[in-house]
Design a protein around this ligand. Structure first.
Ligand code: ZN
Length: 180
């Protein structure tokens, strides 16, 4: 998988993970139609930094494929459930852990009896619609960064098991590719 990425884009991942800022940083991943290399498109910064795939996020002759974003406080490249939901929808999600400089990309598995994108929609909607546990404070959680959101859920004893069960179901829908 690593050799599918353009070298400048791999450098850009490293550069964003070196950022001293605690903001998430990232960019759209785009496939070049000619050489089929994956290159970076539009950049983003801030909480839950993900660029939704629409028009003009990639350069000419390139098509959007997914996104890369950093987890500034993390050593591991564990994706959140929202990260996986987006990766299923778009085709690829890459996470960079600033504290270890590791990058892992997640792509939906195609060898399953379920469509990963449909399965993720169900899992994600179940979490968002939950009336009990941590989501009683939905409004509060909305204002947290993605990492704090995840940590908040896993710290809440009422919610930890539910979240971890949902996360495990999600994680099994993806192939993992270590990039760094
Ligand atoms: Zn994330």
């Amino acid at each position: 998988m690593k050799n599918r990425f353009d070298i400048q884009t791999l450098r850009k991942m490293q550069e964003l993970m070196n950022s001293p800022s605690l903001d998430e940083r990232g960019f759209t991943l785009c496939v070049n139609q000619r050489d089929l290399k994956i290159r970076h498109g539009r950049e983003c910064q801030g909480d839950s930094c993900t660029v939704s795939l629409g028009s003009s996020v990639c350069n000419e002759n390139e098509n959007p494929l997914g996104n890369f974003h950093t987890h500034p406080k993390r050593v591991d490249t564990t994706p959140s459930i929202p990260d996986l939901a987006l990766a299923a929808k778009d085709g690829m999600g890459c996470i960079g852990a600033n504290k270890s400089r590791r990058v892992t990309c997640f792509t939906p598995r195609h060898d399953l009896n379920v469509n990963p994108s449909d399965a993720m929609n169900v899992i994600f909607d179940d979490l968002l619609n939950a009336k009990e546990g941590a989501f009683r404070n939905k409004f509060t959680y909305k204002n947290l960064s993605e990492e704090d959101f995840d940590e908040g859920l896993t710290r809440d004893p009422n919610w930890r098991n539910e979240y971890q069960k949902a996360w495990k179901r999600s994680f099994g829908l993806f192939d993992r590719h270590e990039i760094f």
